[in-house]
Design a protein around this ligand. Sequence first.
Ligand code: PGA
Ligand code: ZN
Length: 423
Amino acid sequence: MTTKIYSVTAREILDSRGNPTVEATVILENGYRGTSAVAAGASKGSHEAVELRDGDKKRYMGSGVLKAVENVNGPINKRIRGTDALNQQGIDTALIELDGTPNKSKLGANSVLATSMAVAVAAAASQRQPLYRYLNSLFTSFHQTKLDRIPTPTFNMINGGLHGAGNLNFQEFHIVPASNKPFHEGLEMGVSVYYSIKQILQYRNAVHSVGDEGGFAPNLFTNMDALEVLMDAIRNTHYRFGVDIYLGLDLAATQFLGENGYLIKDKPIAYKPAEFIDYLVEIHNKFHLLILEDPLAEDDWDGWKKLTSRIGSDVLIVGDDLLATNPERLKKAIEMKACTAILAKPNQIGSLSEFMNVAAIAKTHDIKIITSHRSGETTDTFVADLAVAIQSEYVKFGAPVRGERVAKYNRLLAIETEMIAAK
Ligand code: PGA
Ligand code: ZN
């Protein structure tokens, strides 16, 4: 009995927003199996690999994934049956060739990635290895990386933009525990601040329903007010701002760039791009941000370069929509010094080996990595193992609440315990 693939099958399941997504199961000839499901974004960058949706308005408002499922059960199964699951790169290359397009628009990144991840899960099981260890061994052929620490979590505590039911333009307001805290301590800090934020919002009589990633989705006067809420909340705990806890932002700025510039509720008329850079520097001077993600639109390379030259030595300027976990865009950003960190999302590129290649390029050029979930998630915890395997500096898995977010944080707790025991 060998580690050859006996079959790969897929099905349509639901993500945390109730949207369909692809889950695949790989069974090996030796009986070991692996299952994995793909996440989905709401504020997608235009340079991401293509997520195949059926477009049939009679089912799930057009967002069904039956075609992607069919692609797994049909051509993908036919192509990779009988190949060795331990040869992850060979399988990913075969899938990329089978698709044949630069952005996986034929088979869909959802069908390719679900298969790619399920192959790794089955292979790890067959080797009787925890997934993060097996993935780390795969990553070693891209970049020698020793398993050492659990990435620092960055918690999305207030949800705006496309993720929140409130009225904020910036998409995510984060708190980040200091990197010298052990993971379990950082997680506890996250929960303390989360409930402290709830109290502040109740006191301010702001709506405190939650958004897609579990953070609060209040109505406030300005985006700046949300940062003040975070500061007040931290003050009400025993943690020290700037020592134990820092702040971070994901603006997802492409979403509020209009014809006249960046329009946000803090100012009645839109900021011209150059003014907006000054404004971002002002925010940074006031709140000493640790992380600043997608501060400018996804194709404003010159703006990114200017901002990075002004404050990039002091705050992580993180490319999400800018880079789309794409090796060519990352190389361009490195050459231009357009950012200092990458938000790495498996489904933006669409296969495990390509993701690892991007992570290796980042590491070689001292670009920090934040391994990230999507706003539409399942309870799959693959991304937590992956983050540890590549030893990314940070993980972004949402607020420390809601099953699909907590599943990943809990997986990191388990890995932390195991890694401590192994030391
Ligand atoms: P998305 O948002 O998953 O909706 O794209 C996450 C992010 O912008 O970081
Ligand atoms: Zn983002």
